[in-house]
Design a protein around this ligand. Sequence first.
Ligand code: WT7
Length: 633
Amino acid sequence: MRIRTFDEYQAAYNHSVEDPEGFWAEIAQEFQWRKPWKKVLQWNFEKAETKWFPGGKLNITENALDRNVRERPNYPAIIWEPNDPNEPSVTFTYKMLHEYVCRFANVLKSNGVQKGDRVCIYMPMVPELAVAVLACARIGAIHSVVFGGFSAQSIADRINDSACSIVITSDGASRGNKQIPMKDTVDDALIGCPTVKKVIVLTHTRTAVSMLKGRDVWWEAEMKQVTSDCPAEEMDAEDPLFILYTSGSTGKPKGVVHTCGGYMVFAAYTFQNVFQYEPGDIHFCTADIGWITGHSYIVYGPLLTGATSLMFEGVPTYPDAGRFWDIVDKHKVNILYTAPTAIRSLMGFGLQPLEGKDLSSLRVLGSVGEPINEEAWHWYNEHIGKGNCPIVDTWWQTETGGILISPLAGITKTKPTYATLPLPGVQPILVDENGKEIEGNGVSGNLCIKFPWPGIIRTTWGDHERCRTNYFAAYPGLYFTGDGCLRDEDGYYRITGRVDDVLNVSGHRIGTAEVENAINMHTGVVESAVVGYPHDIKGQGIYAYVITESDPDHEVDLIRRDILATVSRIIGPIAKPDKIQFVKGLPKTRSGKIMRRILRKIAEGDVSNLGDTSTLLDPSVVDDIKSGALVEV
Ligand code: WT7
């Protein structure tokens, strides 16, 4: 499955288009299956139905763990770097990790978890988070990891949507110089979660927590009650492996469902080929396992490859802005995979944090989560890669399971700000608003994919129709990504950003409707409209236009703070608006639709060209908003 030259890439690509089933079957053969599949692929994009390797039986952990225990038992699987640099790092070999996972899988069983049950995991970036994920997979329970920065309300919404029966958490988390009460937040969430019968609590920060009799148990105590012998559950390739919630342009976050077989094949294939992992390499992905990047490129992709994955608990700026470089130096990291927002923020500290740090172990640099701007690309290339490391700008989504468009490190010629070429098995197509294909090069349009790949979303939990309308209805017969895209003269792809009402703030995906709903929960708020605007470090910032019941003039700052607190409480601090402008009205069409186009322009500071405003119910609101705009014009 490993591609080593550009010719091999082209051959693989052509093979994957001419005979997709033959292509993926050959790759899938390289894994360990209990029973062969009955068919390679069944699909119908009109109905949003895709099945890869149905009838095939396997357990992903036999591939990620047992196989490696046989082949490389003492090879490091996970290296954990704690938040506090003065605390020791911890290494788990494949043998140790296998044993730890099996033991915890037995803890899940002894707490009543069965195949198909949903398990909510709300934990800091500690090895036990990876262990909890893998333990679910071991027994066929469906994990739903919720990012540790989300609020109690967000946890509750996610737990209730998929009726989780158990939550795994820790007493607290350490991020930089902050201590975060995880268990407390879970306790708040569970007030509204009748399906949760058990909570397993890891001791980590030793902060005081309340432990409810009959419901809450300690991780460590439970581990003493079980053995480390846990045969893997036999799963169908199309049984769900996990749910991961992500924001869309409307409503509440939806539970993206990935399944065992296809996801396994795709996570491993993309990991190996994009990063060109070599035995002995240390792979450091700086994402949190609470996002898809962590699922695919901290846990599953690396472990399925028998690689060493470095997990970091903390933040890039603690104890100072040189922390990433200290980690690279200390652990001799070979592959660094991070986000443009992190690069831009570290750029701001200048070169001093790099002084005395040996980065010569680095061989491959990766970028993910948002378009990388030219300046950040060059800084990354020159100051981190020293001009010697290919940068793989990897474009993909929660829904795609793994990377779809990216250079293969050292193989594909890179070009700043371009994700370059599709991976084998991925067939991108650009379409105009009417769904007509835009052919040729030197063009741009909406990015769709016209053929399924093994990691494609299978459904949105509990609401398949939502999956169909979201991804497969805009352009019948195609998967619609929600991204705008340019294809240059060389056929290289450059992702230009979302074309829907989804924001990308510091690589975090946030729906404008979600933020509006949270703002509207605040007493005294009549209505609000949220748009994104260009932000130097975050990529996009959140700009909120808010109408209040009474004239806010006298208490503006107080109301603003209260709104921020409300959004934090409802969604989490990551969704807090950067700017709140109080307005008397919003630009609406006669049918009552908010014209976001105008609000976006004003937020960007581009008021010269607001386009046609004649269809507005009351065009005068625009002047009013313009005059109060919170940007330099
Ligand atoms: C959206 C998906 C997939 C991992 C993390 C984000 C944007 C992602 C890139 C990139 C330009 C990118 C897209 C996409 N995006 N990677 N390399 N260049 N844009 O996953 O939260 O599901 O967000 O992130 O807009 O649709 P996600």
